[in-house]
Write a protein that binds this ligand. Sequence first.
Ligand code: NAD
Length: 257
Amino acid sequence: MFLKGKNALVTGSTSGIGLACARALAAEGAAVVLNGFGDADEIEAIRKELEETSGAPARYSNADLTRADAIEALMAAAGEIDILINNAGMQHVAPVDRFPVEKWDLIIALNLSAAFHTTRLALPAMKRKGWGRVINTASAHSLVASPNKAPYVAAKHGIAGFTKAVALETATSGVTVNCISPGYVWTPLVENQIPDTMKARGLTREQVMNDVLLSAQPTKKFVTVDQVAALALFLCRDEASSITGANLSMDGGWTAQ
Ligand code: NAD
């Protein structure tokens, strides 16, 4: 249990990739703060499960990370964080000239600005302790674009740049800052965009899955949440202390094309 004594915050960890990361950190003994939305009973069951696996306290915050004031309250309540996984994200699919303005603002706030706020608030303690890990869930869309996802692509390119800038600022401090860029991972975020993509492109569900989603991924397989979590966990190891400012692709070869 190499993370005994470490405090971790995983944003957007009630589901999908974030939940898998929270489970992986807890399995190595970290005290985890969960965040995100969902059914209260299910979240409480996850929180208890994490405490049992880690042997450390697990907490939950329902902070809405599209709001800077809510992030400040979350960070104040969470205390000193050693491992910060900025993972909460949302998607909306529409052509840019018909993109709802309020959805643009929400996607930029959650997928980009939230990481700025959590990072700026977590870094002072990490620097003081001389150890820290910031891991941002970016996306293949931090490197390449797809149509009808302008704010998501802009935010993910932004988080990749943010990662590099903060990595340079913290390079001598014992803190590493990286992003992981998965291709399509089978989670509710992907499942929920299928109806809108069907509408936007006039396709059936099967066509969206095979001709839109997996068409980009040479392996023709969805990435799994556990694969992403295993990479995040590796970045927490001392062996990974020279990996900083990296954008690590896990996309079945998508961005090799
Ligand atoms: P998901 O929908 O399963 O999980 C998203 C999480 O974010 C949930 O816990 C949800 O409650 C939380 N969340 C949503 N809005 C929030 C808000 N306003 N404040 C706080 N929490 C909020 O999605 P996922 O696929 O696991 O995505 C996680 C991250 O991975 C996102 O940043 C996403 O862009 C990225 N990603 C996903 C894929 C994929 O194919 N699924 C690929 C590349 C990158």
